[in-house]
Design a protein around this ligand. Sequence first.
Ligand code: DON
Length: 324
Amino acid sequence: MALRVRAAMEAISLAMADQTDRGEVAFYIPELATSDPQNFAMSVSLASGEQISVGTSDTAFSIQSISKIFTLAIALGRFGDGFWRRVGREPSTMAFNSIQELEIRKGRPANPFVNAGAITTTDMILAGSTPAECIGEILQFVRLAASDDEIFVNPAVAASETATGHKNWALAHVLTAFGNLEHPCEMTLGVYFHQCAIAMTCAQLARCGRFLAGFDAEQDLVAAKHVRSINALMMTCGHYNGSGEFAYRVGIPSKSGVGGGILAIVPHVASIAVWSPGLDRDGNSLLGIQALELLSESMGWSLFQGATSSLDNPLVSNRSRTCR
Ligand code: DON
């Protein structure tokens, strides 16, 4: 399979180099506004442990909202089903940082991936520790998941968002007003801005996502039932208002960040990271989605594929075998 994946990725990398519409970088975080939209990288980590990368896959970028996957994993591990008392698990209808949506929902965020839900998740895992310890715990989680200690927070990005992230400050205050934040806003947001400022290369991020693919080697990090919950949330809410379109075009659980990264999972087959800093109108990487669509199509990786799809996907081939 690795040879076919490599051939597909090399063709995609060439196609992406030719794209003239590359989206707009995240101007609302000054430190990200200087990102070069010409960057494109993709890395695929397979069940066998083989890793295939194309483009600038060793350049670190800001993972931003992709970090919400890791804080959700920590929170589910600590609180189990009790987690859902404070956060919903339904797709949102407005922008990822909408204050209006939080007000309509009376302070209980739609899901853990909109900013309000992620801030609440961070507030929950902050219980019992200092902000510095909590950031340390999140870093420890991603380093363990990626088997790589060379993953760090970019302090300039964290400082940039602390100074300018007024919507997040507003969301934290609205959460407090509804009694859904236990810590002072500056403590919870201090952790949240730092988790978003974690920098990873595409190669590191693809390895970091392996625990979500259900590979034998990574079974101990997060309980299987929580992996299932996280993948379900990624499928339904991972691209905010663009989640339905992403399911239609790509068909695998996935989570985007405004740094231009996307982590996508083909259960039992692959963990995929893609990065291109230009975003679409929903705040998701424009070329990242195009590249994932092409890869999913050429490998037959959509989970919604019919029974005649790629035999490389054990989910599909097992299912078609049992249905007969
Ligand atoms: O809180 C924010 O606005 C950013 N730190 C993260 C938002 C984000 O990545 C949205 N995803 N596409």
